[in-house]
Ligand binder design. Structure first.
Ligand SMILES: NC(=O)c1ccc[n+]([C@@H]2O[C@H](COP(=O)([O-])OP(=O)(O)OC[C@H]3O[C@@H](n4cnc5c(N)ncnc54)[C@H](OP(=O)(O)O)[C@@H]3O)[C@@H](O)[C@H]2O)c1
Length: 257
């Protein structure tokens, strides 16, 4: 593929057509938007998530044109079994969020008040699925294909109350740089979104949502990002064959304020 092929939306879509893309944690949110955009570009898409109901809803919303699998990505044996029955593919993305439940989310806050179990839960939910995906999925990725992790802004912004997310995201980005060298010619990248209007925010407590709205009002782009904007960045990293070891900060300028 010539480099100029990624420079227009039509060329990007042409580069994605026929590619097989596996998206773990894609029944809602950013993963779902990535599946939808990839499908529109005529890619062959596989989505995975825990809830059969959410997967079913996504499968229908994607006009039943994707393969959908139930998977708990925090379980290494499930991840190993998921990839064991999978043919080779081109790109792999992992979208499992930081907190596994509202109960864990409620425990997160000031560092000195956050119990170690909450840290453990966040790292287990956010970091380990990305590591397991790399460990069990990388060998199935075709040369020139890519592995895509999702981090965030907590570790860049030094946000009080976000030490657990910062730890998981920082560890993931360290993995990106090492794996980009070790797994070449497979490319390894990450996207670091700012605040994105998705399930995580929609289901957050009212006080959290209000604080998030006040926060984004101070950003150079004074609004939440959309899942579609984030998906566009992800697909760029997948098709651009010069992108590896790259962390794309797509955050409306959140890191600057
Ligand atoms: N939204 C934001 O503002 C924001 C900002 C920065 C970074 N991020 C990151 O972006 C990624 C996607 O977040 P999102 O906002 O799109 O969240 P979301 O809408 O809640 O989507 C999360 C997806 O992951 C699935 N999932 C959750 N736990 C899973 C598990 N153990 N195994 C497999 N699938 C699982 C969910 O389905 P099930 O629950 O049915 O499994 C769902 O499909 C996350 O890594 C998040 O940390 C988000």
């Amino acid at each position: 593929m010539a480099p100029e092929l990624t420079q227009t939306p039509a060329a990007r879509d042409a580069a994605l057509a026929g590619q097989r893309i596996v998206l773990i944690g894609a029944s809602t949110g950013i993963g779902f938007a990535t599946a939808k955009a990839a499908l529109a570009a005529r890619a062959r898409v596989v989505i995975a998530g825990r809830s059969v109901e959410r997967l079913d809803r996504a499968w229908n919303a994607l006009e039943r044109k994707v393969e959908a699998f139930r998977l708990d990505a925090t379980e290494e044996h499930s991840m190993a079994a998921f990839f064991a029955r999978m043919e080779s593919f081109d790109h792999l993305g992992v979208f499992v969020p930081t907190a596994p439940s509202a109960a864990v989310r409620a425990q997160l806050g000031a560092f000195l008040e956050t119990p170690p179990e909450a840290f453990e839960a966040v790292i287990r939910n956010k970091f380990w699925p990305q590591l397991y995906a790399a460990r069990h999925g990388a060998r199935r990725i075709a040369p020139g294909g890519s592995l895509l992790f999702v981090t965030g802004q907590a570790h860049r912004k030094s946000l009080p109350g976000y030490a657990a997310s910062a730890t998981a995201n920082g560890a993931t980005e360290a993995l990106v740089r090492t794996l980009a060298v070790e797994l070449a010619p497979v490319r390894v990248n990450a996207i670091a979104p700012g605040l994105v209007e998705s399930n995580i925010l929609r289901t957050a407590p009212e006080a959290f949502r209000r604080a998030a709205s006040e926060k984004v009002a101070r950003h150079p782009v004074p609004r939440m990002g959309t899942t579609e904007e984030t998906a566009a960045g992800i697909l760029m990293l997948m098709v651009n064959r010069f992108a590896t070891g790259t962390v794309l900060e797509l955050d409306g300028g959140m890191k600057l304020t």
